[in-house]
Write a protein that binds this ligand. Structure first.
Ligand code: NI
Length: 135
């Protein structure tokens, strides 16, 4: 019997979507407002879900205190109130789209979750636009 537990988190961050090998015109055409050369912010909402068997001893799939602490260390501290392009090394050469941010977050969390558990991350860039990644 597998059960999924989820934790919501939140961070604010600035980004700019662009390719340095494209003209400003083409970047604006493809990435729209998110290509503003002076950056802009989003209120990102993150949902981290862990699926696995219930531990008969604790009744937990995963201790939520541990999951909360993991998200704080791996996502909140490195990303919150940061310029993703300039301050987060993973995006030095990677366009910080919601898709790529979700994959980076997954890759940061995955080594800390036991392999017996499935992991999934859903990232909202706006209340209406969100992406999911499960490896
Ligand atoms: Ni944007």
């Amino acid at each position: 019997m597998k059960v999924t537990v989820s934790r919501k988190a939140h961070f604010n961050a600035a980004h700019r979507l662009f390719r340095p090998d494209w003209s400003d015109e083409k970047n604006a055409q493809v990435f729209g407002k998110c290509s503003n050369p002076n950056y802009h912010g989003h209120n990102y909402e993150l949902i981290v879900s862990v699926t696995g068997e219930i531990d008969p001893e604790t009744g937990f799939v995963i201790d939520m205190k541990d999951l909360k602490e993991l998200i704080k260390t791996e996502v909140d501290e490195p990303f919150d109130h940061k310029n993703l392009n300039e301050e987060v090394p993973e995006f030095k050469n990677l366009n910080p789209t919601a898709e790529n941010i979700a994959v980076v977050i997954f890759d940061k969390l995955r080594p800390h979750i036991t392999s017996a558990h499935e992991l999934s991350v859903t990232l909202y860039e706006t209340p209406r636009n969100f992406v999911s990644y499960s490896g």
